[in-house]
Design a protein around this ligand. Structure first.
Ligand code: SF4
Length: 319
């Protein structure tokens, strides 16, 4: 009896919370930006959902709202605050950080720069504002290859994800990429054995992997791309079944956009605990109390903005 009642209560509770969020959003003139790895119910309340690049673009250009509620992790909200400093940017759960972003500090990066003075620094957006301020240009997994190709220097220090950096190196052999020893603890949990088992279970499926996965896993992929690339690939591919090698929140929109196709994750371990911290309750709390405002000190934000804007300009030119 309890689980059935509990589920019913849960559905009612979520419905009430969604109605409350809608009202608060209108009252406070707010918009809700949601990353593709968020819980399904958070993706349902999004004014806009997407990957880091798409969210950064919306945050940079939004003129209508006074407040942006960023349902993602801290570095994403920071990028929003950096790109649109007049806007109030809220992160519903202040503890929602990114362990990959925490694998580098500005001090350590400065040391690396001294070691390779002729190298340009490309930082993955999954990094703190301080690290961005120390870098020459940012990138996301959607545009990392394009960004690295655009750099004049032969040598590039790529931080902080070594797997993405290694993948970029394989696509841009004319550069010498100095890798940082960082990794995403979510993507690294996917093993080649998981992929072998999933392929045996779904023999007709195409395996699509995110470049944050390990090289062993990437070797087995039919296609390697960012989350934005996965939406395009799933839509255009003739395949009907897909094994998705990235955080499981992706399944929500892939299934919604492709009703005739089937999507699986190779392991339930593809779950980012930080991304899942945001709940409807926290979003309502955030809007009601205008917390937790993300502020970046001006001296850091001005330098980090240049790094982010350079990336946005490069991608804009190629579209
Ligand atoms: S999925 Fe990985 S990179 Fe993304 S927020 Fe979680 S830990 Fe960070």
């Amino acid at each position: 009896m309890y689980p059935a009642n509990h589920n019913k209560d849960d559905i009612l509770y979520k419905k009430e919370l969604k109605a409350k969020i809608e009202k608060l959003k209108d009252k406070k003139n707010a918009i809700i930006l949601v990353h593709n790895y968020q819980r399904d119910e958070i993706q349902e309340i999004a004014d806009f959902s997407g990957d880091s690049l798409a969210l950064a673009r919306v945050a940079a250009t939004d003129k209508k709202s006074d407040i942006i509620v960023f349902c993602g992790v801290r570095f994403m909200a920071e990028s929003g605050a950096i790109l649109n400093p007049k806007k109030r940017v809220l992160l519903p759960v202040k503890e929602s950080g990114c362990p990959l972003a925490d694998m580098i500090t500005p001090e350590k990066l400065r040391r690396k720069k001294r070691e390779f003075p002729d190298a340009a620094v490309v930082c993955y957006v999954n990094s703190s504002a301080e690290v961005k301020a120390e870098s020459d240009i940012s990138c996301t997994s959607s545009n990392a290859i394009e960004v690295v190709k655009s750099i004049k220097n032969k040598r590039v220090i790529f931080v902080p994800d070594k797997n993405l950096g290694r993948y970029v190196q394989s696509q841009v052999p004319e550069k010498e990429i100095i890798l940082w020893e960082g990794f995403c603890p979510t993507h690294i949990r996917l093993t080649d054995e998981d992929v072998i088992k999933a392929k045996a279970k779904f023999p007709d499926a195409e395996f699509v992997a995110h470049p944050e996965c390990s090289p062993e896993v990437l070797k087995m992929a039919d296609h390697i791309c960012s989350t934005a690339g996965m939406f395009r690939y799933a839509k255009n591919s003739k395949a009907k079944v897909f094994i998705i090698g990235t955080e499981s929140g992706m399944l929500y929109k892939l299934r919604e956009e492709n009703p005739g196709k089937v999507f699986h994750v190779p392991t339930p371990r593809l779950l980012c605990a930080n991304m899942k911290l945001t709940t409807l309750g926290w979003v309502a709390h955030s809007l009601e109390n205008l917390v937790y405002e993300v502020k970046v000190p001006r001296n850091v934000s001005e330098k980090a903005r240049k790094t982010l804007e350079k990336m946005l300009n490069i991608t804009k030119k190629s579209e």
